[in-house]
Design a protein around this ligand. Structure first.
Ligand code: FAD
Length: 386
């Protein structure tokens, strides 16, 4: 990919080749649109290949539940069509007191209203799902068997290849340096490899979104800041030992599951930032070891092979900014996914393609309105993991 000549024009230019940019290019190409993706490093090199693999519909508001229900349908459809791994092994939220149980009962009611089959289960039922759990302090669990996990490498690559097959053009090592705008109209982008003329730009750079917004002189404030979040992977163990994503807010906002290579992948809420620093830290190692072994004591026996860091591109209400910037003709943004952008990507691609090609979407895209910050209309804080 890096050696292809840049085209001198394209109807649509997507800046950023993470899962969001790639699934969007895939959806637009499928609809017959001419689309180019410009990625400053390699496809997936931002947050996408650093993510925890989790895909859930267990959110605490109507919009995210509906969007994630659609996203799971698309994950299922495309994993079957393209042959990448997406497993519906569920999400299990461990709950430790009445207050947590009450809050989750409300969430479950919203989820059930939109056909997401989450239910409150007993600690013993949770232990049947993950036999190694320590349930001595658990009073209940929120369980949705249709949530799951997908391999970020295989899925992003599959979407990229199929997007290209349908005519999308993806360019790696191509960094956008400047956005050319005349009289409020987009004319093109300047990159380290030349200019691409275009009338439509999508900013899909997540943690770098504010830099691209500054290049376009976006006249509204869209507060998206990069925060360092870290993860671990352990040595592989017997497949099927920890099938679902297990969450414990009590123990460090921890999440953990088993990858299809057999290792346990997990993280905690330990957050540093705003920063573009990505050095893993000893403090994280201490916290993640402490909290994960509180949830599953047997993990004490496992070796941690590697830790790494990536960005959560956070907004004040943990919901992304998705939509059109009206003051600049045909400038769109889909960024600020606050730690849950991998799971959302297929539905975001559909919503945004609808907005670009039809001017509206059936999904509740208004929830993610980029203008809400200026208006002081923050949403319910979306349920954020890690
Ligand atoms: C430790 C960790 C665990 C996570 N776990 C989960 C999880 O379990 N489930 C989930 O849904 N999400 C999870 N996330 C969040 C998820 O990784 C992100 O929300 C998602 O990957 C965002 O995708 P994206 O395409 O918007 O951004 P990115 O993947 O960051 O892509 C943006 C791209 O833009 C490129 N770019 C930037 N500037 C320019 C420029 N000037 N020109 C060209 N290209 C540019 C970057 O190189 C980058 O590749 C996790 C994140 C971390 C760090």
């Amino acid at each position: 990919m890096p050696h292809k000549e840049l085209p001198d024009k394209s109807e649509i230019v997507i800046i950023g080749g993470g899962i969001v940019g790639v699934t969007l290019a895939h959806e637009l190409a499928k609809r017959g649109e001419e689309v180019v993706v410009l990625e400053k490093r390699f496809i997936g090199s931002g947050s996408t290949f650093r993510c925890g693999t989790g895909i859930r519909q267990q959110f605490n508001d109507e919009a995210n539940v509906q969007v994630m229900k659609r996203s799971v349908e698309l994950w299922k459809k495309y994993s079957e069509e393209y042959g990448f791994s997406f497993e519906q092994t569920g999400y299990l939220f461990l709950l430790y007191d009445d207050e947590e149980v009450e809050e989750f009962k409300k969430n479950i009611a919203i989820q059930n209203r939109f056909g997401v089959p989450t239910r409150l289960i007993t600690p013993e039922e949770a232990k049947e799902i993950v036999p190694l759990l320590d349930i001595s302090e658990v009073v209940a669990a929120s369980w949705n068997p249709t949530d799951g996990k997908a391999d970020p490498f295989h899925s992003t690559t599959a979407f990229a290849l199929h997007a290209e097959e349908m005519g999308a053009k993806l360019y790696e090592y191509t960094e956008v340096k400047e956005i050319i705008i005349e009289n409020g109209e987009i004319k093109g982008v300047k990159t380290n490899r030349g200019v691409v003329n275009t009338g439509i730009i999508v900013n899909a750079t997540n943690a770098w979104a504010k830099l691209i917004n500054a290049m376009a002189k976006v006249p509204i404030h869209i507060p998206i800041e990069p925060y360092k979040h870290q993860a671990i992977i352990t040595q592989p163990i017997k497949g099927g030992t920890v099938k679902p994503m297990v969450i414990s807010f009590k123990y460090g906002h921890a999440y953990l599951t088993q990858t299809n290579h057999g290792g346990i992948v997990g993280g905690v809420g330990y957050e540093v930032g705003p920063t573009y620093d990505l050095n893993p830290s000893y403090q994280f190692m201490k916290e993640v070891s402490y909290y994960l072994t509180k949830i599953i004591p047997a993990l004490r026996e496992l070796l941690i092979l590697r830790t790494w860091a990536g960005y959560y591109a956070k907004t004040p209400d943990s919901n992304p900014a998705i939509g059109r910037i009206n003051e600049i003709d045909e400038y769109y943004i889909a960024a600020g996914f606050s730690g849950h952008g991998f799971m959302m990507a297929p539905a975001v691609a559909e919503m945004l393609s609808d907005l670009i090609t039809k001017g509206k979407s059936k999904l509740p895209i208004e929830w993610y309105d980029p203008y809400r910050f200026e208006r002081g209309e923050l949403r319910n804080k979306a349920l954020q993991m890690g």
